[in-house]
Design a protein around this ligand. Sequence first.
Ligand code: SAH
Length: 267
Amino acid sequence: MKHDLSSTPARGHVTLVGAGPGDPELLTIKALKAIQSATVVMVDDLVNEAIVAFASPSARIVYVGKRGGCKSTPQSFIEKLMVTAALEGENVVRLKGGDPFVFGRGGEELEALHAAGVRVTVINGITAGLAAVSSLGVPLTHREYAHGVVFVTGHAKPGSMGTDWRALATTARQAKLTLVIYMGVSGAATIQRELMHGLHADTPVAIIQNATLPQQRHAVCTLSELHSTIEREQLCSPSVIVVGDVLQGLLAAGLEVDSTPAYARTA
Ligand code: SAH
């Protein structure tokens, strides 16, 4: 990965913008301004249409995610589109769910843009894991229960080794870490089985689907019940799975399944 391009004259400019977890009010002011001034907006899956609507009526909106069950646009094609538009002098915003650099391949896009000599600005967004846990009224860290957080993907690049869940579980128990698992729902049976090699079966777990959106749902259970709870409650993507003792209070309170959206509860 090479980021020092001082010898390459920059041509064109792309802003990678984090759209946050869903609720449009969770956008940063910087993100809003960038979206409003863009002439081309390239939109990922999982970006709320209400956020895309902030774009100028004259802006060209390009959807590049997998919508309606279609296969997503190949990554290399998205990168080519961005480079071409930037070199044509367009004000390009690449709108990505959550934070552009937490999963979602923002790092690869940055590399491709730099390689083409295109200047890149990044505007952070609230990542789904952060918002999902906060929507339950639970902290990610706590001086007594959690000394750190791990954001980890449950879905590694096809053909790669994938996460060593056993090692992670052992470290999480010894170092008191909260695990925040993205893209983990379809692999939950494996994740549960492997994590139980290092974490207690009764470690609290939460599954939060569509965090911060009106259709948010979540369930709280123990690690040994993770997969069966997902099946029973038919929780599906996009969901974040959180594992750790910071959820102890929620589990004890018996808030096991709740389909009331967070915003409605606090209103
Ligand atoms: N860059 C994004 C993550 C992209 S990977 C971010 O920072 O949030 C896509 C995964 O993010 C989903 O499979 C899911 O695990 C998680 N995710 C995104 N939006 C979510 C939401 N509103 N609620 C729960 N999980 C979400």
